[in-house]
Design a protein around this ligand. Structure first.
Ligand SMILES: NC(=O)c1ccc[n+]([C@@H]2O[C@H](COP(=O)([O-])OP(=O)(O)OC[C@H]3O[C@@H](n4cnc5c(N)ncnc54)[C@H](OP(=O)(O)O)[C@@H]3O)[C@@H](O)[C@H]2O)c1
Length: 272
């Protein structure tokens, strides 16, 4: 990716910061954006200290002028834009739907749906002028399936999947690919703060019986932007250890037999 430029919106921490490092390691110049200038400066400084090229631009993804200014600043600094990763999220704390404050609901929709729309609105012309490239948007397994207590988040992520498909179709014949990733549970500061038992329980929901690491998302995002994925467009890519594929029960019943544990398949053994 030497000579290319990527914008990462929502890059001050977590998956966004890890993906910024991954793009820098692949040789791209990285523009990191979010609301927290100090945290962004930390990410950009860490990339530079490892020999990469990074610019921190304070940005609110829900604000039209701010998102336009992010792309303008990128072009002024680097003269081109090849890739973008729209990763920001915000919204209400989990609660049953009728308990959600409408203002909080709007904040979730504004960050996820409006933020992704505004990101692509200004990124697309810049990428096309640079000769084409790729955009990756951040959804979630919670944008594919419902999750109780997450009305704004699920609606926002489902909306991002819809936006991605339309953008992919709109520009498919112009050298721009647009895809969306849908991670399961990934270890970031949210789950780190919840503690090891919360992490273990979250891991049990995945067929691989563990949660994911930020690097496992970052690598997929870089791959989707690379030439290795040159015919992948409009796709919803799960990064979830198989969770979207279905269920892997730890208990099974067989006709006429009491419930018993299913042996794990290590050593090729099935059911006991
Ligand atoms: N962690 C998981 O298990 C998981 C699973 C599936 C999907 N995801 C998705 O992955 C993405 C990153 O998750 P994470 O766990 O790394 O979360 P995180 O650490 O909370 O990151 C969210 C990022 O969004 C930025 N942001 C929020 N509102 C913004 C706004 N109005 N304008 C600009 N930036 C804004 C935050 O930066 P500032 O506060 O500095 O603005 C931060 O950099 C999210 O879209 C999330 O929904 C996460």
């Amino acid at each position: 990716m030497k000579g290319t430029v990527v914008i990462i919106a929502g890059a001050s921490k977590g998956i966004g910061a890890a993906t910024a490092h991954a793009f820098a390691e692949a040789g791209a110049a990285v523009v990191v954006a979010s609301r927290d200038q100090e945290a962004l400066d930390g990410v950009a400084g860490s990339i530079r200290s490892r020999g990469g090229n990074a610019l921190a631009v304070r940005t609110d993804v829900a604000d039209v002028d701010s998102m336009k200014a992010l792309v303008d600043r990128t072009l002024a600094e680097f003269g081109r834009l090849d890739y973008a990763f729209n990763n920001a999220t915000d919204g209400p704390r989990p609660a049953p739907l009728a308990d959600i404050d409408p203002v909080e609901f709007d904040r979730g929709i504004a960050t996820n749906i409006r933020g992704t729309f505004l990101g692509m609105k200004f990124q697309i012309p810049a990428i096309l002028r640079s000769g084409g490239g790729a955009i990756v948007n951040m959804a979630s397994l919670a944008g594919v399936n419902g999750v109780a207590n997450l009305a704004a988040y699920v609606a926002g992520k489902a909306g991002i999947i819809g936006l991605t498909k339309v953008a992919a179709l709109d520009y498919a014949d112009q050298g721009l690919r647009v895809n969306v990733v849908a991670p399961g549970t990934i270890l970031t500061h949210h789950l780190a703060a919840a503690g090891s038992e919360a992490q273990r329980l979250a891991g049990l929901a995945s067929p691989m019986r563990r949660i994911g690491a930020v690097e496992e998302v970052a690598r997929v995002v870089v791959w989707l932007c690379s030439e290795q994925a040159s015919y992948v467009n409009g796709a919803v890519i799960p990064i979830d250890g198989g969770q979207a594929a279905g269920v892997k029960p730890s208990q099974m019943y067989r006709q006429g037999e009491p419930m018993r544990a299913v042996a794990q398949t290590a050593g090729g053994q099935h059911g006991s």
